[in-house]
Ligand binder design. Sequence first.
Ligand code: NDP
Length: 340
Amino acid sequence: NKQVILKRYPEGLPKEDDMEVISTAAIKLKLPDGYGGILVKNLYLSCDPFQRTLMRHVPPSAGSAFHFYATDSPLFGYGVGKVLDSGHPDFKQGDLVWGITTWEEYALLPKPQTLIKILHTDVPLSYYAGILGMPGMTAYAGFYKICNPKKGENVFISAAAGAIGQLVGQFAKLSGCYVVGSAGSKEKVKLLKEKLGFDDAFNYKEEKDLKASLKRCFPEGIDIYFENVGGKTLEAVLLNMRQFGRIAVCGMISQYNIDEEEGVRNLMQLVSKRVRMEGFNCLDHLHKYSEYLDFVLPHIRQGKFVYVEDIAHGLDSAPSALVGLFLGRNVGKQLIHLSD
Ligand code: NDP
């Protein structure tokens, strides 16, 4: 059974050799009698920015359900898998599931409560690590529940060509908004404009003055900012917000590889423009998953939503795929395909 383990806690930008792919003893494909968990064969693993925030030396605290990674143990994260054996009443052999799994070929999951059974298989299975999984729920909750979009509003999205950003853009277009995204390469900008239906897009790495870039894209200001990156982008956005604008703070990837967060300037804009800035966690919205499926599946089936995936192959490619998120190498949702 191959695994991806954390070899050491990264300093700054994570490096491939902070992780190691190792082979352990073959796993028994039958669970011992009385075992209450399940055995899953992982088919797809999802690379997510939050995994970097777990690569810190924080000892488990009593009563906390939240775990950081331990060195010499496999990483964990979202994935799609097939149940090979189950001692849990909610799952049976052959079920397809998505949710939290460990980064190895075969995962023994003692508490499978975080897994959700896959009921619709007429769409690609990999989607359950993206548009039909956690990133999809995050885009849905963040855009519809936090931003309260109205037709005709101006929407700006950072990390727009990523797992979540590409969806928020398409949701915003569906709501009749004017949508602009920023991303870190020419290829991504082209993708946003030509494939994902954004009205406009720019490469933030090539812009000298982000405040002026946003003014150019939004002469009348931004009503909704879907925040994925933080830092200088947020400072420039604050200066371009309109009265009663909303900022959904989904994440701030520019801050994940530094020990102490940078300060943010221009926060007084929130007061003078009556802007609401609200953080959210997709886990608080998981109970709306079936509502989300009812919304998104018909659009997928009718080809109205496009979902761009960046698929690496095999566990050996996992460290590089994960590190790539922080270098902007992924175009669309970064996945690792392990098996069909
Ligand atoms: P992406 O697929 O967008 O991948 C990350 C992208 O971030 C990279 O491709 C890169 O794109 C960009 N990036 C990396 N480093 C920087 C940097 N220093 N400054 C600016 N951009 C950078 O990731 P996701 O869509 O999965 O996640 C987007 C955000 O959502 C993250 O902040 C994540 O933590 C957050 N999140 C929040 C959740 C919640 O419940 N609140 C749940 C899941 C994710 P580029 O080429 O454009 O630079």
